[in-house]
Design a binder for this molecule. Sequence first.
Ligand code: PLP
Length: 388
Amino acid sequence: MKVPLLDLTTQYSKLKKELDEAIIKVAESQQFILGSELAKMEEEFETYLNCKHAYGVSSGTDALLLALMAIDIQPDDEVIVPTYSFFATAGVVARLNAKPVLVENDPVTFNIDPKDFESKITSKTKAVIPVHLFGQSAEMDEIMKIAERHNLIVIEDAAQAIGTQYKDGRFVGTIGHIGCFSFFPSKNLGCFGDGGLITTNDDKLAEIIRIKRVHGGEPKYYHKVIGGNFRLDALQAAVIRVKLPHLQSWTDKRKYNANLYNKLFIEKGLAEETGKTQFDEKNKVLLPKAVYENVDGLKNYHIYNQYIIRVEKRDELKAFLTQNEIGTEIYYPVPFHLQECFAYLGHKKGDFPISEFSADTSLAIPIYPELTDEQIYYVVEIIERFFK
Ligand SMILES: *Cc1c(COP(=O)(O)O)cnc(C)c1O
């Protein structure tokens, strides 16, 4: 049985008629830049996320870059980021010649450890970028409290967490000062190429973001500030508008898949429960834990952009699954502090043991909404066979 890590063709075939029509409508209008498709999409996200301002942008990476430009990050400013995330989280900081200051993650949630965050604050720190990694919220109450005490801007990297709720029910990306989302095809809500979204509840920041999204000209061709071309194409906005109404049902199916995986791994004796952080005879597979799963009425406690297991012989398991036609991926094999391009930060192996442990042992297995139960049973069976 073939089980790819991600299969976008099934989703497309189900929505083909609507998607094709939406694309043709944009083609017929010949309105490709800004315009009504984008404006409508932005309004729909303001309603969906319950935030004051949402702007479509060219990618999740550009959302982060624009956020840092909006708060006027300068060379030598420090921006705190987790060492274990997708490259863009730290890359955007370095691109502005500011210093990414790295922080350890939590062994259960893979998200920024608030205590380590606070310990890394200096007089140069301007902002922090908590990442809602794999689709689960970071500890926002603690992060916001620390940020307030030290007068820091909080930019949420919600690239993997569209629709994720924090324990109080708010959507991530609307809790900090600025939220950044990605519509990269492998995210839960993907467009037909690159795309992203930036959100804020702050009117002043919104105005700066709006202007810096189009080179910083206000009015056009008159520049008090420098921005970039960070616009989302009307074609991508049209695709997203067709898909957004389906997002919740896809998320529900991802949660169902994750719960089925958890149940099967436990039934087969490969794990005792979710959220374990150490291997032993009864926990050969460490399962991801949705820490707010039992909060009353909280629907999207985790949106499972990725379902991440950790195993000791990760590379061997990955090869074994490939042989059995099961797609997997390693998110992420090298934390920032061990990346060559960040050698100048002066870190060494052992500086962030929890992140290194995750980098060495984590494996994403298929979780996309269109997976069948049969495929999930098959994946767990093959993993069981690997351990026999
Ligand atoms: C995908 C992702 C990004 C970047 O988004 P793109 O749209 O690919 O530029 C940033 N941060 C995280 C955590 C991501 O997963």
